[in-house]
Design a protein around this ligand. Structure first.
Ligand code: 3SL
Length: 245
C-alpha cells in the first residue's frame, strides 16, 4: 500500500485516480457524516451546489430527508440544520437521508468520486478507516484534506497523519515504505506532536478559530475525540455514502 496525502482537493492530480480516496474534513463535514450514519441515518448525499441539493431532495419524502446547508460556518437559511454533528442525534436522523452541502468538505468528496473506493474520515472514525485499509489493502490511497477555500488546514493534515500512524502501528512497515509523497511524513510529524491534545491543535487552526467565534466550542470538543465511532462512510453511488460496517 502506498499512501499519498494532499492538503486540499485542488492539489490532487487530475490525470489519474487512486484505488481508494479518503476525504477528510475534521471541522466538520466528515465528522458530521460519520455521526449521521452511526446514528442510523439511511445515507448521506453530498452536493457542492445548494440549489441542486434542493432540487434533488425535493423528490424525497419530507419525513425521510434532512437538508443540511453550511456556508462560512453558519447554517444556510431555509435548511433543516447547518453542519453541526451535535444536531445529528438518533431522534433526528434515524431512517433519513442527509442531503448536505458545505463550504469545503462536500467539494472534496465530489473531487475524488471517480476513485474505486471513496471514504469519509475524521478523528472520530479513524480506527474504522484504518481497519478497512488493512483489510482491503488498496495499492494506492489518497488522503485528501478539505482545507478552507483552497488553503491548507492543520486539522485535516493531522487526521491524515493519524490514519498513517494507525497503519504503521499495525504493520511492520516504516514511514518511508508507506509514504508515496513527502506530505505523508509531514502529516505523521504533525499528528505525533499533537495527538494528546487535538483540541489544543484546533485552537491554533484558522477554521477552529472561526468556529470558536461562532460559539461552536462543543463542536470542537466533539470533533477532537479519536476512535469513538465504528462507522465508515463509503460511496455506494456517485455522491451517496452509506455505512460500510
Ligand atoms: O468547509 C466545510 O465543509 C465545513 O465543514 C465547514 S464548517 O465546519 O461547517 O464551518
Amino acid at each position: 500500500m502506498k499512501l499519498f496525502v494532499y492538503h486540499t482537493p485542488e492539489l490532487t492530480p487530475t490525470d489519474k485516480v487512486p484505488e481508494c480516496a479518503i476525504a477528510v474534513d475534521v471541522l466538520r463535514a466528515t465528522t458530521t457524516m460519520a455521526t449521521v450514519l452511526a446514528a442510523g441515518g439511511e445515507a448521506v448525499q453530498v452536493f457542492s451546489d445548494l440549489d441542486q441539493l434542493m432540487q434533488v431532495s425535493e423528490s424525497w419524502p419530507p419525513e425521510k430527508r434532512l437538508r443540511a446547508g453550511e456556508r462560512g460556518g453558519a447554517k444556510v437559511p431555509g435548511f433543516d440544520i447547518g453542519n453541526s454533528p451535535l444536531d445529528c442525534t438518533p431522534e433526528i436522523v434515524r431512517g433519513r437521508r442527509l442531503f448536505i452541502s458545505t463550504t469545503n468538505g462536500t467539494r472534496t468528496l465530489q473531487r475524488v468520486q471517480r476513485a474505486q473506493a471513496v471514504l469519509a474520515a475524521a478523528f472520530i472514525n479513524r480506527s474504522a478507516v484504518v481497519k478497512y485499509l488493512l483489510q482491503i489493502q488498496p495499492e494506492t490511497v489518497w488522503i485528501v484534506g478539505s482545507g478552507w477555500e483552497g488553503s491548507f488546514s492543520l486539522e485535516d493534515t493531522a487526521c491524515a497523519g493519524a490514519i498513517a500512524c494507525g497503519i504503521l502501528q499495525q504493520t511492520q512497515s516504516s514511514p518511508d515504505e508507506l509514504a508515496g509523497n513527502d506530505e505523508v511524513i509531514n502529516a505523521i510529524a504533525l499528528y505525533s506532536q499533537w495527538k494528546d491534545n487535538l483540541l489544543g491543535l484546533f485552537h491554533h487552526a484558522s477554521h477552529g478559530k472561526r468556529l470558536l467565534r461562532l460559539n461552536c466550542h462543543e463542536d470542537l470538543k466533539y470533533c477532537s475525540q479519536a476512535d469513538i465511532l465504528d462507522v465508515l462512510p463509503i460511496q455506494k453511488e456517485p455522491g451517496v455514502l452509506k455505512n460500510y460496517y
